[in-house]
Design a binder for this molecule. Structure first.
Ligand SMILES: [Ca+2]
Length: 200
């Protein structure tokens, strides 16, 4: 194996290491909304201030926890519009000021409405706008934390029955570029030493 191939192998190994580290550092509690009881089909309205949806704070008027109905994505999903709407869904988690994080979630919409649904996301001083459609879409957004605690808020901007349907919310730290450089350098050196041993 040539040195360049060894370095490439090292790069793949470091990506695998970071992949497992990210999975272990999930910052959102109950991001798939499965920790919620009781459930009563086809949906349960959770009013502002109710704490029955573990990890999440409900604001505005209400949200609906749905399961297998109204554009539900996997198991329990959230119709952020609520009954009546609009609602908000928030969670606060520990961050390091100045460090980068990656937010991910799946978005669809309640197909009972007549229009695609609007949702905004507030995080770390910025607001991002999304449109929920009948096709479930996976979105990611990176952000830099401003303080030691960061609040993530999903806001329904929809009307009628066209609520944005949300599932699989995730936030994880993005490794610093300097950490990548150290890992790649170290693995590249290991590959170089292995090559020298093979030749010697
Ligand atoms: Ca779910």
């Amino acid at each position: 194996m040539k040195l360049s191939q060894l370095i490439q192998a090292g790069a793949f190994a470091s990506i695998a290491v970071f992949g497992s580290a990210n999975a272990a550092s999930e910052l959102i509690i109950n991001g798939n909304f499965e920790t919620f009881t009781p459930f009563s089909a086809p949906f349960v309205t959770v009013n502002a201030g109710d704490t029955s949806l573990t990890g999440w704070t409900i604001g505005g008027t209400s949200i609906d926890v749905i399961n297998g109905n109204y554009g539900a994505i996997l198991g329990n999903s959230i119709d952020v519009l609520g009954t009546p709407g609009p609602g908000t869904l928030s969670q606060t988690f520990a961050t390091t000021a100045g460090s980068f994080y990656s937010l991910a979630f799946d978005l669809s919409r309640n197909p009972g409405g007549s229009a695609d649904s609007s949702m905004t996301v507030d995080v770390a001083g910025n607001t991002y706008a999304y449109i929920g459609t009948d096709i479930t879409t996976h979105y990611t957004q990176s952000f830099a934390a401003l303080t030691g605690m960061t609040t993530l808020t999903f806001n329904s901007a929809a009307a009628g029955y066209s609520g944005p349907v949300l599932d699989n919310v995730s936030v994880s730290a993005v490794p610093e570029p300097s950490t990548y450089a150290l890992m790649l350098g170290g693995l590249g050196l290991m590959g170089f030493m292995a090559r020298r041993r093979t030749q010697g």
